[in-house]
Design a protein around this ligand. Sequence first.
Ligand code: ARG
Length: 277
Amino acid sequence: MCPPTFFDVRYAINPWMHPEVPVDRERALAQWSALVAAYERAGHRVDRLDPVPGLPDMVFAANGATVVDGRTLLARFATRQRAAEAAAHRAWHERFGVLYGGLEGPRLAEPVAVNEAEGDFAVLSSVVLAGHGFRTSPDAHAELAALTGREVVGLELVDPRFYHLDVALAVLDADTDAVAYFPAAFSPASQAVLAERFPDAVVATAEDALAFGLNAVGDGRNVFLPPGAPHLRAELEVRGFVCVEIDTSELLLGGGSVKCCTQEIRPTPARATAAHE
Ligand code: ARG
């Protein structure tokens, strides 16, 4: 995660961003810190990426890289405004990849096609769901499949307000493939794929989705999400999830919330076992 030290809305690359609305950076930092504290209370380790002046969207660390089983596909941003963020993520993964990566095989892959990492890749136990339509190119789906050996299922996003997969679909439990999503954000064909593969999914309402309720992080037990998604929250609680609400109102000015701020490191299975011993 990357603190919003230089967070700002100076350009508009999604419909939520309005450069004329001032950002309260101190408040953004307090909200971000509350999210970090909530993760740590739940037993998650949080590593920090140094923020870079002049890169106001860096707080949205989910877009920087995708790590599956200790193998990392670096990002290649769709917009020139964010392009330079990729180098900061590359440097972090070059340095720390030895800690979570396997001893054999490639640890780091340079992206060829545009991919905005976990903004558009949702990693489940056997498959990776991959958004396209606004940012990530379908060609990048094949790159992730080649690197990780996972099946990558493409899903087409059709509503510019839901420009990344992670604002339209949330992973609640990656081990059991439990997800929540907002159908109308997807093309009819992709809605059919989701309905067939995830018959037990939580179906979010427009209110849930517009409040960024799906921009959530689920660890199988807790779901960290912003307030304002009462229907989604009730559905999650019925299923036994503990909802941890974090106010991200300031970060929403950039078009992101909980999940956007969070890049998840999934170590190689051998390392994950070692960490528990
Ligand atoms: N302002 C950023 C952008 O438009 C927000 C990124 C949100 N990140 C995400 N994972 N959805 O690129």
